[in-house]
Design a protein around this ligand. Structure first.
Ligand code: FES
Length: 562
């Protein structure tokens, strides 16, 4: 009697490349008498490990590697015609490979028993190109069910078949964007950054940003049914004004309809971008999210094509329309009052005389970081513009201010459940400033100026925690020598989701992306050091505990909120 391994070792050496292929795909693995009923035995066919299983019905061959995490099925339990993988209990029908408990079928191969009892196994043909439609369907199914493992495996297979990585991410966005209850948020923003980072990876390594993008879509809470965009309104000359008015009134469907009408009539992308950036700067929306999401939406369309604008922008509108207008809250009133005493159009004329190279930033830096009352932030910014700072230098100071705060933030304060300030509040100072800069680059004017002034205000406001606690010791962080290299290290670190929580990961990625742009602009690594400190410091995922604490405080009247 010959066992399977001996039969492989004794097989004749191939004489030609055709023989080689035949040998690798089809091998005599023993004699039927080697396989008693109930036996499970691993054999090699070429480089593949195949599990032979003998049941009362016959002899079957299937991949030994469990499709879940690759552990050997040979160690599993056979009951009738079902094999159970003992590692996580997935179960497979041995004759068809169908997964009866778990997420994914195991591949089966053909078994031929000759008259003399020899058993030949021939591997199932693997046509990666032909498998693409089935794998895409499987990715979609994993997305719907939230099975990230399934998504990850199929994404790797699709990359092996040379499927388009950006289009893979689009499958997640197209499914997720309409299911965001009040317009899409961090999930699509994260997916956009993941697409931005794709070209830093090659081959199957691109699965990391792709699956990270899927994870955000899976993680955000979504209704079963997608929201349907309203019918387009016929485009008129005053459509932009009507759109702006609709957003102001939170008439979201009206705004969506007007936007769709403009898209349908072929209005230029740059004009539509101005529509969106202006409404996103009419207020300081959601702590800057309105501006950040708008920036991401247009970056996404730059990557994937304007033909997706209806989905991307249509489902962005609710996030802007329903965004909290923070500028109406008491804590922003002194700043708003000071700003409203000036005409932004008039300030624009000052900016046209800017001389940023000779501008001394020390007074504004000091006011934002170490002194300066809320009421004075606008005055300091105005004075800077008057003395030739220009908007970009103002934003440089805002980024530098937040970076310094991140370097001295007492990280253990993130664990204070009674204080709703933490790392994420700080990182917004960087991502929002970068979004304001993006708007200024594209649509220099009063709206973009307002957004930039909001960013300066926010950089000062990130000090609110240390104002009532204490200023920590400035930390030090080691980075790679060049800004370009250090940035690549940090963007990769951000995708490794060390925090474990989607929302922190999303902030990590978008902060790393924004920090790279800011550092490349100024040549200063401080914003990268701050980002590294944020990424590398343990964070408390306090969303459940903090919500409980705040609910108890509120409902028992322990604390008063203003
Ligand atoms: S590896 Fe088989 S079930 Fe997990």
């Amino acid at each position: 009697m010959t066992n399977a391994n001996e039969s492989i070792q004794n097989a004749p050496a191939p004489h030609s490349s055709t023989d080689q292929v035949a040998h690798e795909n089809s091998t005599v693995v023993g004699n039927i008498s080697d396989f008693a009923e109930g036996v499970m035995k691993v054999v090699h066919v070429g480089h593949r490990r195949v599990l032979l299983v003998r049941t009362a019905k016959g002899l079957y061959a299937l991949d030994n590697a469990c499709p879940h995490q690759g552990y050997g099925l040979a160690r599993g339990d056979l009951a009738g015609d079902t094999v159970t993988c003992i590692w996580h209990n997935w179960k497979f029908a041995v004759d068809t490979g169908e997964c009866v408990v778990g997420e994914e079928n195991v591949r089966t191969h053909s078994v031929l028993i000759h008259e003399d009892g020899t058993v030949r196994v021939t591997l199932a043909a693997e046509d990666r190109q032909a498998a693409i439609p089935r794998l895409r369907e499987s990715v979609d199914s994993g997305l719907r069910k939230g099975y990230l493992g399934q998504v990850a495996r199929d994404v790797v297979r699709l990359l092996q078949a040379n499927d388009n990585p950006g289009e893979l991410v689009w499958r997640a966005i197209e499914w997720g964007a309409p299911r965001a209850e009040y317009g899409w948020g961090h999930s699509v923003a994260l997916a956009t950054d993941c697409i931005t980072l794709l070209d830093r990876y090659e081959g199957v390594d691109r699965a990391l940003p792709i699956v990270q993008a899927f994870s955000g879509i899976v993680a955000e809470n979504r209704p079963e049914m997608p929201s349907v965009l309203p019918e387009p309104t016929v485009m008129t000359a005053d459509a932009r004004l009507r759109f702006r008015s609709a957003i102001e009134r939170e008439a979201v469907e009206e705004a969506q309809s007007l936007l769709r009408g403009a898209l349908l009539s072929g209005v230029e992308p740059a004009i539509i971008r101005e529509w969106l950036t202006s409404v996103a700067s009419d207020h300081f929306l959601n702590y800057g999210h309105g501006a950040i999401y708008t920036q991401k939406a247009f970056e996404l369309l730059d990557h994937l094509g304007w033909d997706r604008a209806d989905t991307v922008l249509g489902h962005l509108v609710p996030a802007i329309g329903y965004g909290t207008r923070e500028d109406r809250l008491p804590y922003m009133r002194p700043f708003m009052k000071a700003m409203q005493e000036h005409s932004l159009e008039t300030i624009m004329q000052t900016i046209d005389r800017e001389d940023p190279a000779s501008w001394d930033s020390s007074s504004l830096s000091e006011a934002l970081l170490n002194g300066g009352k809320r009421a004075d932030v606008f005055g300091e910014s105005f004075a800077a513009l008057q003395s030739g700072s220009g908007v970009d230098r103002l934003l440089d100071v805002a980024v530098a201010t937040v970076s310094e705060r991140m370097m001295r933030f007492v990280a253990t304060d993130d664990f204070d459940l009674s204080d709703d300030f933490g790392w994420l509040d700080l990182t917004h100072g960087i991502t929002f400033a970068n979004a304001a800069r993006w708007q200024w680059e594209h649509h220099r004017g009063p709206d973009a100026l307002r957004q930039a002034l909001f960013a300066v205000w926010l950089s000062h406001w990130t000090g609110r925690h240390e104002w009532h606690t204490k200023i920590g010791e400035r930390d030090t962080v080691q980075l790679d020598a060049s800004i370009a290299t250090a940035s690549r290290v940090l963007t990769h670190e951000s995708l490794l989701d060390r925090s474990g929580s989607f929302i922190v990961t999303a902030h990590g990625v978008k902060t790393a992306v924004a920090a790279e742009r800011e550092a490349l602009r100024t040549g200063s690594p401080v914003v990268l050091e701050a980002t590294a400190r944020f990424l590398r410091t343990p964070k408390m995922e306090r969303f459940v505990a903090a919500n409980v604490q705040q609910s108890v405080d509120f409902l028992t009247g322990r604390t008063q909120r203003e």
